[in-house]
Design a protein around this ligand. Sequence first.
Ligand code: MN
Length: 292
Amino acid sequence: MKTKKVEKIFAPQSPHFVGDGFRVHNFIPSAYGLSMQRMNPFIMMDYNSKFYFPPSPEPKGVGVHPHRGFETVTIAYKGKVAHHDSAGNSGVIGEGDVQWMTAASGILHKEYHEEEFSKAGGDFQMVQLWVNLPAKDKMSSPKYQGIANDKINKVALPNNSGLIEVIAGQYKDVKGAAVTFSPVHLQNAKLNEGAQVEFSFPAEYNTAVLVIEGGVKVNDAEIAATNHFVLFQNEGEEFVIEALENSIVLVLSGAPINEPIAAHGPFVMNTRAELVQAMEDFNMGKFGYLED
Ligand code: MN
């Protein structure tokens, strides 16, 4: 096995608001050159780094909007989000939980701070990833996987050095709870200071690490601080993360979907014609109905 080297480490850019409830740094696609195709199947990553929201009687968030052609994955580190969609699914994503929503052929949803959290105020920290679907699955039926933290398989690391939460794919022999359409590994490594943990993914998989908390050293060489994004080369398989303090890192690695991408706002398809169709279908109400 060969070492998978760091290609580049990206600092978070100045944040912007999505609706009034998500203060995010956009890492994919971005001015960094991390295009949808470069990171495919991870075609979007918005990261709400830890941010204090003061108490608000009206929950902040994003109102009803559509998606087609991919999945939205929300990973909560701090705070709580309430979700409702036009397929009738709803749920609350709290600290440590993950929501894996397959928009596929089309869905409307809304995402707001959960009511009690909103009233009390508090620290809020989340990642939203968009995971692309292969062309053959883009028009499949929407579905919803609400994955509470106690349903996420965990691998204890030796010498009490921490644990790996396997959200999707697998770490060593332990498989993740999320069902995916293409090979996707998504893991939270919760590491105690001094922990050293090895990861191994196929060379061609698009692979990155986001430092959620703390700071890490990668391959005994580069240092990545809190809220920094580490992109790996598409060569070699193995890399080592060493926690310089108590740290949490999100690890993502996925088989590239080698198909064209046509994207417009909340629609990600393969061709312009499919995008036009998506907008027509949305305008004709074919994505269903959801009250604002
Ligand atoms: Mn959305």
